[in-house]
Design a protein around this ligand. Structure first.
Ligand code: RP5
Ligand code: MG
Ligand code: MG
Length: 269
């Protein structure tokens, strides 16, 4: 659906730790900014964990900080895959509408926060035929299964982010740098993009949101990516090959990207 929902649901919220930050409940029909809500005043929250971090923006009123919205701002890409976003009272507005929370929350950037999600697949043979599998990781923050994605660093090519995040989260290269050579140049092509745009991520706020490029890498013969020694690393606490199916409960809108892969590969979803 076009309506974001994970960032409006209390159960998926990263903002309920002490001190709890409660989102204002936003009913479906009040999500679009165009829907009138004269006294809309959600809590405003920027988590202390982002303050002063090298990967995060300063406060909007910080001296010398004048972000170029909807533009490539030095190394930081403040353009949205969704087209031009509005800026109201000096703050970028979530292109999918109200979330019930103002500020940046736990996200580093005001406006779009760009990520990349590698979708690595292989076949599993069964008596009834073959089943498509993908590499899933379990996230440390929410405990949910997800794609091994991560943030695009300033100036980093998306193809490099796809490779780096897979190495870090699904192969634990940070513990053993020698593992880097295991993937060779399989990520060099950048894969086949199956989704590009807004992510229904529970961290999203009215002024900061996740966007991604989800790209597909398939090992048809089963002797390349399919045979890698998976090991969870960095912000992943688990990793496993998982059968693609419509019943999967995954982080954010990741199952939506996998549905595109199922369609592309001609397998049942
Ligand atoms: C999601 O958050 C993206 O689809 C990507 O999987 C992930 C990036 O954030 P971190 O994994 O770095 O927290 O919205
Ligand atoms: Mg990561
Ligand atoms: Mg990650």
């Amino acid at each position: 659906s076009m309506l974001h929902s994970k960032c409006r649901s209390a159960s998926a919220s990263p903002y309920t730790r002490a001190p709890a930050v409660l989102r204002l409940g936003v009913p479906d029909d009040a999500v679009p900014w165009a829907s009138a809500w004269p006294h809309y005043a959600p809590p405003d929250f920027t988590d202390p964990c982002v303050v002063g971090r090298p990967w995060a923006d300063p406060a909007l009123d910080a001296e010398g900080f004048s972000p170029a919205w909807n533009a490539l701002d030095g190394g930081v890409d403040r353009r949205s895959h969704e087209g031009e976003y509005a800026v109201r009272d000096g703050r970028p507005l979530n292109p999918r509408g109200r979330t019930g929370l103002g500020g940046r929350g736990v996200l580093g950037r005001w406006g779009p926060n760009h990520a990349a999600d590698p979708i690595v697949t292989r076949w599993r043979s069964t008596e009834a035929g073959r089943v498509l599998q993908f590499v899933a990781i379990r996230r440390r923050d929410s405990g949910e299964w997800a794609l091994p994605g991560g943030m695009v660093d300033p100036g980093e090519a998306v193809s490099a982010t796809l490779r780096r995040e897979f190495l870090e989260e699904a192969l634990n290269v940070l513990q053993d740098p020698a593992k880097e050579k295991l993937v060779g140049d399989v990520f060099a092509s950048g894969g086949e993009v199956v989704y590009r745009g807004y992510v229904d991520d529970p961290r999203n706020t009215d002024h900061a949101w996740m966007e991604t490029v989800a790209s597909h890498f398939h090992d048809e013969r089963g002797d390349g990516l399919a045979a890698l020694p998976l090991e969870a690393g960095d912000d992943a606490v688990g990793v496993r090959w998982t059968d693609l199916s419509a019943g999967l409960k995954l982080y954010a809108s990741h199952s939506h990207f996998l549905e595109a892969v199922a369609n592309k590969m001609g397998v049942q979803w």
